[in-house]
Design a protein around this ligand. Sequence first.
Ligand code: ADP
Ligand code: 5GP
Length: 199
Amino acid sequence: MQKFFFQCIILLMNKKLYVISGSSGVGKGTVLKGFLQRNPQFMLSISCTTRKPRPGEVDSVNYFFLSPEEFKDCIEKDKFLEWAEFAGNFYGTKKKYINQCLEEGKDIILEIDTKGALQVKKRMPEAVLIFICPPSYEALENRLRGRHTEDEQTIQKRLNEAKIELERAENFDYKIVNDDLEKAIIELENVIKKERDNA
Ligand code: ADP
Ligand code: 5GP
C-alpha cells in the first residue's frame, strides 16, 4: 500500500528519484555540489542522522541531527522511507520529507549509503541508482584523510565500509568514476538527462 502510494505520487508528477551512493570520501558531496550549482531545479534530500555535526554543519540544512532516542522513535513509528547504520551512526530518509519535496514538483536526489539505496530500489523500482567510484583505493583513502573531518578510528571504520559498498555497486543502474571532478559532474548530468528523456 505504502509502496503503491509513493509510486503513484512519482508517476502522477512525472518526477524521478535519483539515489547517489559511494564510499565515504569518494567525493559524492563535491560532485553533487557542482551538479546542483548548474541544475538548481533538483532538490537534494536532507537526511536524519545521529552523527554529531561537523564544524560548519547546520541542523536542517546539512542534516536533521537527532538523538539516538529520537531516531529510534522514528523507526518505531515507521517514519523512514529507508534507514541504515553506517560506521557506528544511524542515517535515514523521512517519508514525509520526500513527499513534501515531490509536492513542490522537484526531482529529488538522495545521497545515501548503499544499504539505504537498495531499500529504496525495493520500495520504488523506478528509482535510479548511481554509484560514484574512486579512481583507486589509495585515492579514496587520501581523500578521506585529506578532508580532516574524522579521527583515525572513524577513518578505519569508513575504509572498511568502503570495501563492502564497492561490492554492492553491482546492483546499481550506473557507475561513475570520480577521477576528474569536472568529467564526473558532466557524466552525472548525462545520466540524469538520459533518464529524464526516457521518462
Ligand atoms: P563524500 O561526500 O563522498 O564523503 P566529499 O565530497 O566530502 O566526499 O569529498 C572528500 C574529499 O575529496 C574532499 O576533500 C574533496 O574536496 C575531495 N575530492 C572530491 N572529488 C575529488 C576529485 N575528483 N579529485 C580530487 N579530490 C576530490
Ligand atoms: P557522513 O557521515 O559522511 O555525512 O555520511 C556517511 C554515510 O551515510 C555516507 O555514505 C552517506 O551517503 C550516508 N547517508 C547520509 N544520509 C543517509 C540516509 O538518509 N540514509 C542512509 N542509508 N545513508 C545516508
